[in-house]
Write a protein that binds this ligand. Sequence first.
Ligand code: FBP
Length: 547
Amino acid sequence: MTKSALQIARAAYQPKLPKALKGAVKAVEGAATQSVADQEEIKKLFPNTYGMPIIKFESGDAVELPAINVGVILSGGQAPGGHNVISGLFDGIKSLNGDSKLYGFILGPGGLVDHNYMELTGEIIDEYRNTGGFDIIGSGRTKLEKEEQFDKGYEILKQLGISALVIIGGDDSNTNACVLAEYYAAQKYGVQVIGCPKTIDGDLKNEMIETSFGFDTACKVYSEVIGNIQRDCNSARKYWHFIKLMGRSASHIALECALQVQPNVCIISEEVEAKDMSLDDVVTYIAQKVADRAAEGHNFGTVLIPEGLVEFIPAMKRLIAELNDFLAHNAEEFSHIKKSHQRDYITKKLSAENAAVYASLPEGVARQLTLDRDPHGNVQVSLIETEKLLSEMVATKLATWQAEGKFTGKFSSQHHFFGYEGRCAAPSNYDADYCYSLGYTAAMLIANGKTGYMSSVRNTTAPAEEWIAGGVPITMMMNMERRHGEMKPVIQKALVKLDGAPFKTFASKRDQWALITDYVYPGPIQYFGPTEVCDQPTKTLLLEQGK
Ligand code: FBP
């Protein structure tokens, strides 16, 4: 494999670990926990893994432990730092007993079910330390939810002598990890299951999970390129750039990038929903900012749009919910409808209110809403070209205003979608350290016999020495939600809080950023250099922690 100079230098980086993980550890148990909502139902569904205590690791006495075999799965979308979770896990189990072995299941949860695996030796691990991507074993979106899959998985775990499985994934994958942990505990299979919080979207977080890994690096990559676009935009002064940012549900990425680059406009889906805004309200809001800047002689600007926006516009959300339910139950019938008749067919099946909204959508958007779901039943929002939809609608509105004499400027747009560019970036120092610690912590949870836990590393705005490592029962994060037309126990998604410090800071500045040109150009992630340049966490995390 040919390597870049940075790759070679970066391979030698030694991720920082919390002080408590540097030698032998002991697990300190906190009080019993309960789920965030629907306690009775969740307790009934998880009799073996409900109510367990929060775990915190502290320095302890060295104990001789037998060698263990551990399996690891990367699940869902890529996020910078996955390889460091695996190297932390590897180093963790080796620190417990040098004969321990790590097996990786290939291409996500499907690898477990299909018995597709490889042993991850020290040599392989060393090739991937501090690198981006999930290519060490690949990732996939197969949903692990059926007992046949669990049993098929158990066959290979038993064959390889694996007594613990680590699932690195987002909220859906960790929900499945918990269901699997419960099932293996109920069957007394002797296999522990531990989750690790991954997703660039940043929406798997709570009191005990400060952030999901990958969010830090991905936002820094997007902010770098948005900054570059802003400088181009401020040099040519002739384009409005409509920039869609990944984040299929929550707007954390858009908000963090806005805090980093100070764009002219940033839409936050959660606010759109709270204010019950229609698509036309969003378009009018953007068009007004364009008109206001034009009045100052500025016919250029930047607009950040979260990927999941359409699902947060209440009327669209109701439509999508009905479409999800309908398509979940009628997928077979729908697949036989000719493409040219699909729109008519769907319109006839929907309730009157939703049919009217559906009929009003441009052809392309309407079609995208009925395309294949992902295995979790979600609309594939990354396929909806919201940046083009909005800029076209803004252009139409401005043309009307021009005819009425309310707009005298020029409007010319460019479109961008940043998502895949950031998901496999070389992890920032923050993600490199955080991920390594998450993996190492998972090893310690396994050593302490835990199952149904998520690896948790907290206090991460302080120096790594002071980070707090431990575990949090996954059932604690659960509530009941409607999925595929049925009520299911799932981890509650963390959306942008409108009363939280990150949003409030943005809201207090946005009118100023809209009118005057006050762009910030963050530049590329730095891996070597002064700590204030290399080790900064996200603004979101700093603000959430009152820093
Ligand atoms: P995860 O939630 O699995 O981490 O994936 C997040 C994400 O990057 C979203 O931001 C995006 O909508 C989606 O994955 C794209 O999925 P795919 O890689 O399947 O195109």
